[in-house]
Design a protein around this ligand. Sequence first.
Ligand SMILES: [Zn+2]
Length: 398
Amino acid sequence: MLEPFAAMCPRCGRPYASPPNHLCGHCISHPPPFGRARACTTYSRSTPEAPLARALHALKYGRDISYAKPLAQIMVGRSPADRTYDTIVPVPLHVDRLRWRGFNQAALLARPLARHWRLRLEYRALRRTRTTPPQVGLGEAARRRNIADAFEIPPDWSGRGKRILLVDDVYTTGATLEECSRLLLDSGASQVRLGPRPGPMKRHESPIVRMPDRRRHWERRYADAARRPGAPSPFLQELLPSLPPGSALDIASGDGRHSLTLANAGYTVTAIDLSLAGLSSLIRTARERKLPINAVQADLESYPLPTNRFDVAVKVFYLQRDLFGPMKASLRQGGVAVVETFLIDQREIGHPRSPNFLLERGELGTIFADFEILRAEEGLFQSGREKAFLSRLAARKP
Ligand SMILES: [Zn+2]
């Protein structure tokens, strides 16, 4: 793996001013559980304006995911091919912090490394059991207390025999990474090493991508920077004046045609999608137009939606049947769900053809039977320039 500094501790990678290389005092007195740790660069409080530190700060605290890709590319660029690992594990975030930030920067950084080395990326090897107060300003002993019992290995995961590369965004005292390493080794891993990170400050997680092919399709589709979001659904536009004001959830937002429509109408919007490219485009547009949109990059097949949070929840042209329950739960009392997607008849005239992406007649009405149905229509509608068989529904949570 990379040897970024002219002189450093061969175990934990702490840089020295000059050779010779020797174990540092910490590694001699408290040998860490991991085999080796390396960082891409160093960063200190005296150089907060260093470009990498600023980029990382913008990613973590500014929640600007457009920085994720260039930072990850730096990590890949500084990491020679290394085939001595079987799997890559990003340090997880607690689900509360994941919801706040919308993504796990460690996972965003680990993904390109996994792709580069053709290694498995395992998001669920470690779980964060509680949020920990920020480590900034804490001494080493306090950091260890802070982090104790904050992680666990899920019962259905085993590290037996695996050589693991653990990735985090920041390495400070190493308390978090040592704790994670210990757990992974206890679960049977034969070796844990800490991957290159683009620089210090702290650490953290997210349930991103499990199905690379599905995701790649959308990344390609949204990758064209000149592409502008399409026109919003006429059904949603028609409904807008009658919807309760407040906060809105846009499920599978893509590049955000509905998020933008909702934000324009005064909503504070949370947009969730799998595609980083789609969300980057949405963030750009939202920033240009100064619209309050919080973009969350997550796999909806595993991401837990917040509950009792939104006044409006929108799911348009995205059918994942097990998401209707969480969608209903995400609404406050009196909140309205807006759903629109293809009806089974659509397969007679075009795509999609798979019943997985087509609603049966009357299906939405059954799903929302415990809601007050405000509008429900099924049939052939004009959709953009084409006609399509659609099922549409607006329903209020009692
Ligand atoms: Zn050391």
